[in-house]
Design a protein around this ligand. Structure first.
Ligand code: ZN
Ligand code: ZN
Length: 409
């Protein structure tokens, strides 16, 4: 049995080697909560060991963020520091690998005026648009992963004391990320397994997907011409193979912007902008969310789909078996990276341009194909034990894709 320190080292190495695929001479742009500094240092060490030329670190702190939203002058949220946006946009280039350690307290911004959050999100989103678009196109390798923080661990395991909660969360993270033996090799084997469904779906070249379950989802989703599915490892623009999410279980593509119709009901809470949103129900007409309801956090939800025109349309369709490791853990992580990989999900907002030859197309051409553009991208979970998905091919053949919550292909 490896001890915690060794497992953390293995995990850091996995993020550097398989996550961002660090190559000699590359920079690492590392974003991390200040509370996880010891883990950030393990990542930096692994990066330098792999030949990284420079690690650039951006720390964040939930407590400072909350204090700012509650106390800063109101005009602060209408203005973006240009140097901050410049840093983001400058580092969005092929020789800089991006590693984001995401470990937010799920209720960090509870009670904050959602208007402040949305105003800042809109202004920041506009300022970093060039960089964000390069990231969505995989111009550089990038990876999002999580480590326990006290607040997050206590939110997941409220009955345990802090130390125990953190230990339990580390345990779940190692399990989900296949850290325990040869982490890099085990991750590769898992990724190859995910790729099998990617291949089958790409060969089927479906025109539509029809979702139904007893939670109330009943929706038809059209897929754009030339779309393809992705999952597991991906290729950056220069061919570098990387893993954008660790862990990941999903096989995903994009919907055609104006061609989703029906009702979509979430099956897990969504933690968005420091608020837990439970019981989401969307009515969708010609791709647009025309009704949005939730049992908690409805004001945050309504603001989230209003940040720009594309925020009320969809950008992702992802399939995750109900019978998969994170789902089977039975843990509600209150962290989208984990919860989305326990469940089939959609995202409203920006689409990954998973269209053949997208790199040769203009933004206008991509829009014509049905690619949605937005400054936001928010995943929410719709999978259940009884989810059925029927695909229809271009020649009208029906194929059962999901039966009883799991792949039928
Ligand atoms: Zn996804
Ligand atoms: Zn997503």
């Amino acid at each position: 049995m490896k001890d915690l320190t060794q497992l953390q080292k293995d995990y850091a190495e996995l993020l550097i080697k398989s996550g961002v695929s660090m190559k000699p001479g590359m920079r690492l742009f590392l974003r991390c909560p200040i509370e996880a500094a010891p883990f950030a240092r393990l990542c930096a060490k692994a990066a330098y060991d792999a030949g990284c030329s420079e690690v650039i670190t951006e720390w964040n702190d939930d407590a400072m963020t909350r204090m700012k939203y509650l106390n800063a002058a109101d005009e602060v949220f209408d203005n973006v520091h240009q140097w901050g946006a410049d840093m983001f946009n400058t580092l969005a280039e092929p020789n800089t690998a991006w590693l984001a350690i995401y470990a937010e307290d799920p209720e960090n911004l509870k009670g904050v005026d959602p208007d402040r959050i949305t105003r800042f999100e809109v202004n920041w989103g506009k300022a970093i648009e060039p960089g964000r678009e390069r990231m969505m196109r995989n111009d550089m390798p990038w990876c999002v992963a999580s480590v326990p923080t006290a607040a997050w661990a206590k939110a997941v395991f409220p009955d345990k004391d802090e130390e125990e909660a953190i230990a339990c969360l580390w345990d779940e993270i190692f399990k989900a990320c296949r850290v325990g033996g040869d982490a890099v090799a085990d991750w590769k084997a898992h990724s190859d397994e995910v790729q099998k469904h990617v291949q089958i779906l790409n060969e089927l070249n479906l025109k539509t997907l029809r979702y139904k379950n007893s939670a109330g989802t009943d929706v038809t989703v059209e897929l754009p011409e030339g779309h393809f599915w992705a999952g597991g490892e991906e290729a950056a623009a220069d061919g570098t193979i990387f893993s954008a999410n660790i862990p990941t279980e999903e096989v995903f593509t994009l919907p055609k912007k104006d061609s989703i119709n029906g009702t979509i009901v979430a099956t897990k809470p969504l933690c968005h902008n420091g608020t837990v949103i439970e019981g989401i129900r969307f009515v969708v007409k010609d791709g647009k969310i025309v009704e949005a309801h939730s049992d908690t956090g409805e004001d945050v939800l309504k603001d989230a789909i209003k940040v720009d025109e594309g925020a009320s349309y969809f950008g992702e369709v992802a399939l995750v078996p109900y019978d998969s490791p994170i789902s089977n853990s039975g843990v509600l992580f209150l962290n989208t990276l984990y919860d989305e990989n326990a469940s089939c999900h959609f995202a409203f907002g920006e689409a990954y341009p998973l269209i053949k030859d997208a790199d040769k197309m203009s933004k206008e051409e991509l829009k014509e194909r049905g690619v949605n553009f937005s400054m936001t991208h928010v995943d929410f979970m719709v999978g259940s034990a009884d989810l059925e998905i029927i695909g229809t091919t271009h020649d009208g053949r029906e194929v059962e894709i999901f039966r009883d919550g799991n792949f039928a292909i």
